[in-house]
Design a protein around this ligand. Structure first.
Ligand SMILES: Cc1cc2nc3c(=O)[nH]c(=O)nc-3n(C[C@H](O)[C@H](O)[C@H](O)COP(=O)(O)O)c2cc1C
Length: 330
C-alpha cells in the first residue's frame, strides 16, 4: 500500500464486491463507509423488514454475510481483514469496522473463493436424489465453528420437528397482513429497483419437500421438476448468544458455510421463517436441546447438474451503498 488513499480504494472495492452477499428477501440491508484506513459497515434500517424481522435478527445475519464477503474480497487482492464487531456502543447500527491487516500472498483458494461469491445463488428447486456425503457435512460444520457459530445437522427424526416449526411459522405468517404486505413489497415482479426477489427465481409450482420452502405472495416462473427432495439434509446454524454480536457471527458463518458448500458441489437454501417467529424459534431451541440460539435453518442438497440454476438476483449499484469519507483516522 503506497498511501492512505490507496487503502481507502481497496476497502471501497471490497465493500462493493460484498454486494453479492445473500440477504433476507434480497433487502441488502447494509451501508458501507470507506474512510482513509477503515471500512465501516452499518445496518440500513430503511431496508429492515419491520413486521417479519422486528428484532433485526435477519438483518444482522444478512450484514454478517456481507461482512464475510468483504473479507473474501480483501483476501483475493492480498489483504488480511482485521474486523472489530460493534466498535462503538454509542452507535448500535455501526455493526463492524474493517481495517487492513498484513499483506498476504494471493492464493488460488482465495481467488476461487472470490469467484464463488459471484456464482452462489439461492436455489429453491428440489434437490437430486444424491445425498450430501457425511465428510462434506463435517467440513461444513467445521467451517461454521471457524466463524464462531455452529451447525447442527438434523437427525431424520428431528427433521419432522423442523418441518412442524416451519409449517407453524408459515401459517402464522399467512394470517399476518403486515408480513404479507412485506412479502408483496419484496418478492415477485421484475425488481427494477435492484432489490427483492424476482419472479424468475421463485418456483412456478410448490416443490414437494419434507420441510416447506417459503411461500411467496405469488408463484414465480422458475421451472421445477416433479421430484420430492426427500434426500435433502437439514441443519440449524446456531450460536451462543441471541444478540447482534451473535447474529453478526452467524451471518459470517452462513456466508463461509454457503461458499464452502458451493465449492464442494452442494446447494444451500436458507429457511428462516421458523427463526423469525418466537414460538417456532423456541421449538428449534428444543431441537438443539437448549445448547444455543438458532440463527437460521437450512436445506443442504446436491442440485440438478443437468439444468441451469436460477438467475442472478439484482443488486443495488455500489454508489448507493458504499460512501467515501476521508475523516476517520485511526
Ligand atoms: C438471513 C437470510 C434468510 C433467508 N431466508 C430465506 C428463506 O426463508 N427462504 C428463502 O427461500 N430464501 C431465504 N434467503 C435467501 C434470500 O432470499 C436470497 O439470499 C436473496 O433473495 C438474494 O438471492 P441470492 O441468494 O440468489 O443472491 C435468506 C437469506 C438470508 C441471508
Amino acid at each position: 500500500m503506497t498511501s492512505d488513499r490507496d487503502a481507502s480504494e481497496v476497502l471501497a472495492e471490497a465493500a462493493a464486491a460484498a454486494g453479492a452477499a445473500p440477504s433476507i428477501h434480497n433487502t441488502q440491508p447494509w451501508r458501507w463507509l470507506a474512510h482513509q484506513d477503515a471500512l465501516d459497515l452499518y445496518a440500513e434500517r430503511t431496508r429492515q423488514l419491520t413486521a417479519t424481522d422486528p428484532d433485526g435478527r435477519m438483518l444482522a445475519i444478512s450484514c454478517g454475510a456481507a461482512l464475510h464477503h468483504a473479507r473474501v474480497a480483501l483476501a483475493a487482492v492480498g489483504w488480511q481483514a482485521v474486523v472489530v464487531p460493534l466498535p462503538d456502543p454509542a452507535q448500535p447500527d455501526l455493526l463492524a469496522r474493517i481495517t487492513l491487516g498484513d499483506a498476504v500472498p494471493i492464493s488460488p483458494e482465495a481467488m476461487r473463493r472470490y469467484q464463488t461469491t459471484q456464482l452462489r445463488r439461492t436455489d429453491r428447486r428440489p434437490v437430486t436424489r444424491q445425498t450430501v456425503p457425511r465428510p462434506v457435512l463435517d467440513t461444513l460444520a467445521q467451517t461454521a465453528d471457524g466463524e464462531g457459530a455452529h451447525l447442527h445437522i438434523l437427525h431424520p427424526d428431528q427433521v419432522d420437528h423442523l418441518a412442524a416449526a416451519v409449517a407453524h411459522a408459515s401459517a402464522v405468517d399467512a394470517e399476518d397482513p403486515a408480513i404479507q404486505a412485506e412479502l408483496d413489497r419484496w418478492a415477485g415482479g421484475a425488481r427494477t429497483e435492484h432489490t427483492g426477489i424476482p419472479d424468475d427465481v421463485i418456483p412456478a409450482q410448490t416443490p414437494q419437500t419434507d420441510v416447506p420452502i417459503r411461500t411467496f405472495a405469488r408463484s414465480g416462473t422458475l421451472p421445477i421438476g416433479g421430484e420430492h427432495d426427500r434426500t435433502a439434509t437439514y441443519a440449524i446454524l446456531y450460536g451462543e448468544t441471541d444478540d447482534p454480536a451473535g447474529w453478526l457471527r452467524g451471518g459470517q458463518a452462513l456466508s463461509a458455510v454457503w461458499l464452502t458448500a458451493v465449492e464442494l458441489g452442494v446447494g444451500l437454501l436458507p429457511i428462516s421463517e421458523a427463526v423469525e417467529m418466537p414460538a417456532s424459534r423456541q421449538a428449534l431451541r428444543r431441537v438443539l436441546s437448549f445448547f444455543g440460539w438458532p440463527y437460521l435453518a437450512m436445506r443442504l442438497g446436491i442440485p440438478d447438474p443437468d439444468h441451469p440454476g436460477p438467475a442472478r438476483t439484482p443488486r443495488l449499484p455500489a454508489e448507493q451503498v458504499v460512501g467515501r469519507s476521508g475523516e476517520y483516522v485511526r
